[in-house]
Every structure is written in structure tokens, then in C-alpha cells.
Ligand binder design. Structure first.
Ligand SMILES: [Zn+2]
Length: 104
């Protein structure tokens, strides 16, 4: 019995789906988001080792509040992210970069 019901139900569902007008396949999907490959800034500039003395460059990996930006956001590779965090922490200790800044 159950098999009969299943076979009867399947054809009944098909016409209902066909009757529905086809929706346009997300017209704004492409415009809304375009995935772009993130490139490691350190690799791109061909810097072998991140130096804490190059604080202008190192500073670009921190937020305005002084936090270190994650790899997910900046797109740096694991090796260079490690060097950057080390450099930032050195700069903080030397009072070149702030540990934190108050919110405005
Ligand atoms: Zn890199």
C-alpha cells in the first residue's frame, strides 16, 4: 500500500512545480559580491623578513584601536603573519606602536 501512495504522490507534485513561473536566477548575485583572491602583502613586496624597525609597514596590519588584524582579513600567509605579530609586539614594548587606543 505504501508503495502505491508514493507512486501516486510523485506525479501529482511534478505538475505543481511546473505550473509555478520560473524565477530569475538571482539577478543581483554577481554584483553583490565578487570574490577576489587575497594576496599576502609581505610576499607581494618581496620582503624576506618583517622588521620591527619598519614600523610604518607593520602598522598597516593593526586596527585603528591598535589591535592586530587577523590573517582572515589581511590575507597574509601564516609565515608572515607570525613575523608581523612578533614585530608588532616588539614595537609595542618599545612604545613605537600602542597596545590600545581609546574609542572615539
Ligand atoms: Zn607572505
Amino acid at each position: 500500500m505504501s508503495e502505491e501512495i508514493k507512486t501516486n504522490a510523485a506525479p501529482a507534485a511534478a505538475p505543481a512545480a511546473a505550473a509555478r513561473p520560473e524565477r530569475p536566477a538571482r539577478p543581483f548575485a554577481k554584483k553583490r559580491f565578487e570574490s577576489r583572491r587575497k594576496v599576502c602583502k609581505v610576499c607581494a613586496e618581496k620582503i624576506e623578513n618583517v622588521d620591527y624597525k619598519n614600523f610604518q609597514f607593520v602598522k598597516s596590519f593593526t586596527m585603528e584601536s591598535g589591535k592586530i588584524l587577523s590573517r582572515r582579513i589581511t590575507g597574509t600567509c601564516a609565515k608572515h603573519q607570525r613575523q608581523i605579530t612578533k614585530a608588532i609586539k616588539r614595537d609595542r614594548n618599545l612604545a613605537i606602536l600602542p597596545y590600545s587606543l581609546p574609542k572615539k
